[in-house]
Write a protein that binds this ligand. Structure first.
Ligand code: KIV
Ligand code: ZN
Length: 506
């Protein structure tokens, strides 16, 4: 087979990243975009983990028709039954069962013998197989396990009906050559291996997740599990965009392809960054702001003469938009809608009207409205889906002599008007204190950062705030040309997420 199956786990392992919680609407929005990106499999969540996760998987399975929709389950009967409940309406459902297979996990965490692990994995695949034909099995921590035992487990789960066997480097410990040999060993030592697709799932603790995945592909693996922007547990998972573009750009080496619509990569990356709150570092391969920028005079000269001199990929193949002046304050609703469509956005009429109003307000304040500004406006509309409290107005006084003071008016969940004022160490602190007086939910602000969306003194400021409540981190984003107002929006956004998550958890 010369095609590599792309299994996206942004909504499951990606969401496991500390502070990366997404609400149901946001997960659906990302799933729709993953379908446009044409990934083969979407791992939509871990249904037993919470009612919210169950509901998100169920809704994604119901709506997203083209890709396989996969639900994760531990090797427990209740997990498997719940996973099936969540994905049963999918056009192409998959259940993914996992169980630890390394001695470290078996002895210290599960307190089970190899025999017990063999039996549990076999029996749970049989159970899942009663529901659907498409079953994936992962022996967790495989890269630190005894290879002979992994061969035994794989043979057993394939005989029980597993159609994909996934080899996780759960703690990002593997080195490419060694991981490649494990995959090679699997092909040589598991007698029924041709009845299943071999998959890999690598974490980035040593910065080797992509290298390990590609080496596994070279050894015959034909499914790669990865996430957009490489987000995920701890240092993250293998980055989807890097895997896909390496296979495409170095087709001369791999002689393989993926089915992805690579022009959707940039947009998917921006959406995931906006909704998860994880910024993409400027030097990130493929989708970082500097990935196609040439600073050195010699390089610029080369690229002007012939792009291939210093560019191994055409930025258009990953959908990087030209950063140009696109619309002005005289542009109408139709032109705005057309521009959004060109950028790959399709908003509901209600969201479109709100985004257009925000665009008009921005065009009044800012001379040059670029694609990046428009992306920021759209992201705000997507974020406002989970609104419980809404900011009506904010007034702040500050300066080197005065005491920073903020007066805030919010609209509450039932449309009630709520007002308060507070003093603070600075204007942002005063605004947050005034908001806290109105939204009575205990929380600690753990992170605050602001960056500009584009260059120039009139740029939109994009604020990220993280708050913690009962050990869980919630991220809020807000953007405006006034950074105090952007901070208030970000804080309310974080509190709205916190309140929605608490409501969903009952
Ligand atoms: O990293 C891991 O081992 C996992 C499994 C559930 C596949 O995420
Ligand atoms: Zn993982």
């Amino acid at each position: 087979m010369d095609r590599v199956i792309i299994f996206d786990t942004t909504l499951r392992d990606g969401e496991q990243a500390a502070g990366g919680t997404l609400n149901i609407q946001e997960k659906l929005e990302i799933a729709r975009q993953l379908e446009r990106l044409n990934v083969d499999v979407i791992e939509a969540g871990f249904p037993i983990s919470s009612p919210g996760d169950f509901e998100a998987v169920r809704l994604i399975a119901k709506e997203i028709r083209a890709p396989i929709i996969c639900a994760l389950a531990r090797a427990h009967p209740v997990d498997i039954d719940r996973a099936w409940e969540a994905v049963k309406e999918a056009e192409h459902p998959r259940i993914h069962v996992f169980l630890s297979a390394s001695d470290i996990h078996m002895l210290h965490q599960l307190k089970k013998s190899r025999e017990q692990i063999l039996e549990m994995s076999h029996d749970m695949v049989v159970r899942a197989k009663k529901y659907t034909d498409d079953i994936e099995f992962s022996p967790m921590d495989a890269s630190r396990a005894n290879p002979e035992f992994i061969y035994q487990v794989l043979e057993s789960v394939i005989s029980a009906g597993a159609t994909t066997v996934n080899i996780p480097d759960t703690v990002g410990y593997a080195i490419p050559d060694e991981f490649g040999r494990l995959i090679e060993g699997i092909f040589q030592n598991v007698p029924n291996i041709e009845q299943a697709t071999v998959s890999v799932h690598c974490h980035d603790d040593l910065g080797l997740a992509v290298a390990n995945s590609l080496e596994a592909v070279r050894q015959g693996a034909r499914q790669v599990e990865c996430t957009i922007n490489g987000i995920g547990e701890r240092a993250g998972n293998a980055s989807l965009e890097e895997i896909v573009m390496a296979i495409k750009t170095r087709n001369d080496f791999f002689k393989l392809s993926t089915g992805l619509s690579t022009r959707q990569i940039y947009k998917t990356s921006r959406l995931v960054s906006e909704l998860s709150g994880f910024s993409v570092q400027p030097n990130k391969a493929i989708i970082g702001a500097n990935a196609f920028r040439h600073e050195s005079g010699i390089h610029q000269d080369g690229v002007i003469k012939m792009p291939k001199t210093y560019e191994i990929m055409d930025p258009r193949t990953v959908g990087i938009p030209a950063s140009s002046l696109v619309l002005g304050k005289l542009s109408g609703h139709h032109a705005f809608k057309e521009r959004l469509a060109e950028m790959g956005y399709s908003l509901s009429d209600e969201d479109l009207n709100r985004a257009f109003k925000a665009f008009k307000e921005l065009a009044d304040k800012k001379k040059r409205v670029t694609d990046r500004d428009i992306e920021s406006l759209v992201a705000q509309e997507l974020r406002s889906v989970s609104e419980v409290y809404r900011i009506d107005r904010i007034q702040v006084t500050c300066g080197d002599r005065g005491i920073p003071t903020a007066a805030v008016r919010l609209i509450g969940p039932d449309g009630e008007v709520l007002e308060d004022a507070a003093l603070g160490t600075g204007p942002v602190d005063a605004v947050c204190k005034a908001i806290n007086g109105l939204v009575d939910v205990p929380n600690t602000l753990t992170e605050f950062s602001v960056k500009s969306v584009t260059e120039g003194i009139d740029a939109i400021g994009d604020v990220l705030i993280r708050v913690e409540s009962e050990g869980v981190t919630y991220t809020g984003r807000g953007a405006d040309t006034d950074i105090i107002f952007a901070s208030a929006k970000a804080y309310i956004n974080a509190l709205n997420r916190l309140l929605s998550a608490k409501k969903a958890a009952g």
